[in-house]
Ligand binder design. Structure first.
Ligand code: B12
Ligand code: SF4
Length: 482
């Protein structure tokens, strides 16, 4: 069942066959609950009556003096007919939003805009909350447009919607900045004009690539003085996470999630080299992690507002170098302090070989685990450079989780090209993808990897290549061909 229409006013873009075309603006009437598994691997939804709330203000300063209005918006995306998809309850809350809120609240506390200037923060996750544009514009107007609209964690499928959200604010002269995987991925793997990034330049939207820890102060100061740069590029300068502000969302935002669960990233970076993966090109292959102290802090902050269920968004928590210290601390919080933790994590298919990993996961409160099986054909796995996936280990690994009573959710890529015997003299899949196996981080080799990834998901590509599930890769392929 699709969301009901409320009109067909044409505004902005939507994505059709990989090309941005004008899209009708919509207001949603029916919303859906969904189960979306991360890493672009699975999606399931069903219809339910509308109950989405309007915008709420999350952090308001009582202080006198100028008040900078910071609006953090996580855009949703358009469906094939150009309607914004919004759910009654999101299944998994946005960690990008939680991360930005944590950093912004820290900026507010440190008064980074000067001792007389307060920062009010409004958090909106459009996947479960309607954006009340007139109310937000009125709020800005009451403050002489002193503030910033931050479009947070914008993924490629959300980019057209993000531009449309920016439009009325830019028309009113309000500064807008946009960050997340679309900008970061394009700048890491392609060139700075890739995939409609010029639309940001034309509309005067400031782009942010890389991670915001330690960098938001400068963006807020520039916005406050009307000097936002067209682009902030920290893609080659990944920050350490230890001691940085922890991801956090106030309960009124978490309440829009099914089962009152929230999320945090205990670390970033993955050592593997799967050919279809955007993540390693943006967040790198080195494990960067939060300390056990930081994790305890965020658990206690959430427990103080009655939230105790978490999705740990690390793409591969088994390769977070601090996993054991973090599990040990969570076990302590659960067993000694009685916090009834419920956790979901993502791991790889060799995690059962790490001594104590699964046992400690159970004691720490893990109830669900997401694993990218991807395929059961070893040739397909080899062609995708997913060498860590050994199908002979799948059964052992799944049974190890089952023995602890932990539910496994598996991602499976269904569109791999069929592997055929190679005619003599033809190039082998592995030699075709050699470039991607390099661990070099130079931009030219990354671009080379990106181009190969793009080719790998194009229809004209060699029949030995896998089809990528990466949203950005497939978008790029279509744009470049088109
Ligand atoms: C958890 C997760 C989800 C969760 C929550 C989403 C979220 N963003 O929190 C859920 C399950 C909802 C989800 C859904 C999807 N996801 Co997802 N998800 C992830 C995952 C594993 C972690 C996200 C995260 O927390 N990252 C850490 C945060 C802190 O990083 P960040 O978002 O980049 O934000 C930092 C910077 O970018 C910057 N920043 C971000 N915004 C802004 C804004 C401003 C103004 C500034 C200054 C800075 C700034 O500061 C932040 C802190 O450093 C990522 C992979 C990854 N490692 O990131 C995939 C990932 C983002 N997802 C991806 C995809 C494809 C999807 C889906 C489309 C899957 C699908 N087929 O349905 C859906 C889209 C849902 C939708 N509504 O449209 C892709 C996106 C690729 C792309 N090119 O955009 C990723 C990269 C995985 C992949 N396969 O490559 N996802
Ligand atoms: S296991 Fe592969 S797909 Fe998953 S984050 Fe690591 S490199 Fe990317």
């Amino acid at each position: 069942m699709r969301p009901a229409r409320s009109g067909s006013r044409r505004t902005g873009y939507r994505l059709r066959k990989g090309v941005f075309v004008p899209a009708p603006q919509i207001a949603l009437r029916n919303e859906r609950i969904c189960v979306v598994l991360p890493c672009g691997k699975a999606l399931l939804g069903f219809a339910i009556a509308s109950n989405a709330k309007d915008t709420t203000l999350s952090h308001v300063s009582e202080a006198e003096g100028r008040r900078f209005q910071l609006i953090l918006i996580k855009p949703s995306h358009y469906d094939d007919d150009g309607y914004v998809i919004r759910w009654w309850r999101a299944m998994i809350p946005s960690n990008s939003l939680a991360a930005l809120y944590g950093i912004a609240a820290d900026c507010a506390e440190r008064k980074v805009l000067g001792p007389d200037v307060s920062i009010d923060i409004t958090v909106i996750d459009e996947t479960n909350t309607r954006i009340d544009f007139p109310a937000l514009l009125r709020m800005f107007s009451r403050h002489d447009n002193f503030g910033l609209v931050a479009l947070v964690g914008v993924q490629s499928n959300q980019f057209p919607r993000a531009l449309d959200i920016a439009r009325p604010f830019r028309a009113a002269g309000i500064p807008v900045a946009l960050g997340g995987f679309h900008v970061s991925g394009c700048l890491a793997m392609l060139d700075s004009k890739a995939v409609e990034l010029d639309a940001c330049r034309e509309m005067g939207i400031s782009m942010f690539a890389g991670e915001a820890e330690g960098r938001l102060d400068a963006v807020l100061r520039d916005a406050a003085t009307g000097r936002l740069a067209p682009i902030y590029n920290f893609i080659n300068d990944l920050p350490g996470l230890d001691g940085t502000p922890v991801p956090f969302l106030p309960k009124e935002n978490v309440a829009h999630t099914f089962g009152l669960s929230t999320s945090f990233d205990a670390g970033r970076g993955c050592p593997y080299q799967c050919s279809f993966c955007t993540i390693i090109n943006v967040q790198g292959r080195k494990s960067r992690f939060r300390s056990a102290d930081d994790i305890e802090k965020l658990v206690r902050m959430n427990w103080a507002q009655g939230v105790h269920k978490f999705f740990i968004t690390d793409d591969n928590f088994a390769r977070n170098k601090e996993w054991e210290a973090i599990f040990d601390r969570l076990i302590e919080l659960r067993e000694k302090d009685g916090i009834p933790l419920g956790l979901m994590i993502q791991v790889d298919t060799l995690c059962h070989k790490i001594p104590n990993f699964i046992e400690k996961a159970k004691r720490a409160g893990v109830t669900r685990v997401f694993i990218g099986l991807e395929n059961v054909n070893p040739d397909n796995l080899a062609a995708a450079k997913k060498h860590q996936n050994k199908i002979t280990e799948y059964r052992k690994m799944l049974l190890a989780w089952k023995a602890q009573g932990i539910m496994t959710l598996a991602g499976y890529i269904s569109a791999f090209r069929r592997i055929r015997p190679r005619p003599s003299g033809a190039t082998s899949p592995s030699s075709n993808t050699n470039c991607r196996s390099t661990s070099s981080s130079s931009s030219s080799s990354r671009r080379c990897r990106a181009r190969r990834t793009i080719r790998s998901c194009g229809r004209a590509a060699s029949r030995w290549r896998p089809t990528s599930t990466s949203m950005m890769s497939s978008m790029c392929a279509r744009r470049i061909r088109g």
